[in-house]
Design a protein around this ligand. Structure first.
Ligand code: 6PG
Length: 234
């Protein structure tokens, strides 16, 4: 029976630590149920502090049972300052004992269409092993842009309306413009989504998203929950 749980909002003055603890709890639950924790990472700046806090809790998780994906990536080399992979690697992945093969990096340095297709195929082979028609994240972390975008799904861009594919190339108004992104069908296949927002100036956008507006407002897993973790930093 599929149930879409209404979005929950949790306000915290301890944003990074509370977010890290949410991730650990989700991980332990997933591993107890399916022996693996499939965690999708958000890009941008907000998650850096969360990933650093998570790295401090490294002993709380069996990292060899964790599979890491990226909700979107900029089309730049992995060591480029704009790379979401580089941000996550510096803050977290280089600091925990996770096997390299468990980190599914989007190859932003190659042709975007090819990068998207190869990533889709990689997720698809894991989904097939789980008997899933679409890869299901146990937890997908997402950010929120001032224009209500999430991942690299921007208002008014065709990528937002993709209903079949899971990972596609797209352009966006936030530099760098060429990106690879999860689509809404893949995002909404997640068991759980946590939006990480630690900027009180985004509050009006959060409120609109909670009413279903913007790309972020269209995140509504058919069989999963959404938590908005809101910090107070401006
Ligand atoms: C990206 C992110 C994007 C980000 C928001 C918020 O690659 O840019 O996927 O969706 O999460 O733009 O970014 P900040 O956390 O830097 O405000």
């Amino acid at each position: 029976m599929q149930t879409h749980v209404a979005s929950r909002v949790l306000r915290t003055s301890n944003f990074a630590t509370d977010a890290a603890r949410q991730i650990v709890a989700a991980g332990l639950e997933a591993i107890s149920k399916h022996a693996v924790f499939r965690l999708g990472l958000a890009g941008g700046n907000t998650p850096k502090a969360v990933y650093s806090a998570l790295a401090e809790l490294t002993h709380d998780l069996p990292w060899n049972r964790i599979q890491i994906t990226f909700g979107d990536e900029r089309c730049v080399p992995h060591d480029h300052p704009d790379s979401n992979y580089r941000m996550a690697s510096d803050a977290l992945l280089s600091r925990v004992p996770i096997p390299e093969g468990n980190i599914f990096r989007i190859r932003g340095e190659i042709d975007p269409a090819e990068a998207a297709s190869e990533y889709e195929a990689r997720l698809g082979s894991v989904a097939a092993r789980f008997g899933e028609t679409r890869y299901r994240h146990d937890l997908l972390l997402l950010g929120l842009g001032e224009d209500g975008h999430t991942a690299s799904l921007f208002p008014g861009y065709p990528a937002l309306d993709e209903q079949e594919r899971n990972v596609i190339p797209t352009l966006g108004p936030k530099p760098p413009p060429q990106r690879i992104t999860f689509t809404l069908p893949l995002i909404n296949a997640s068991r759980s989504v946590v939006f990480l927002v630690n900027d009180r100036t985004k509050e009006p956008v959060v409120q609109s998203a909670l009413k279903g507006e913007y790309p972020s407002g269209r995140v509504a897993p058919s069989d999963g929950g959404v938590l908005w973790l809101l910090g107070h930093e401006a």
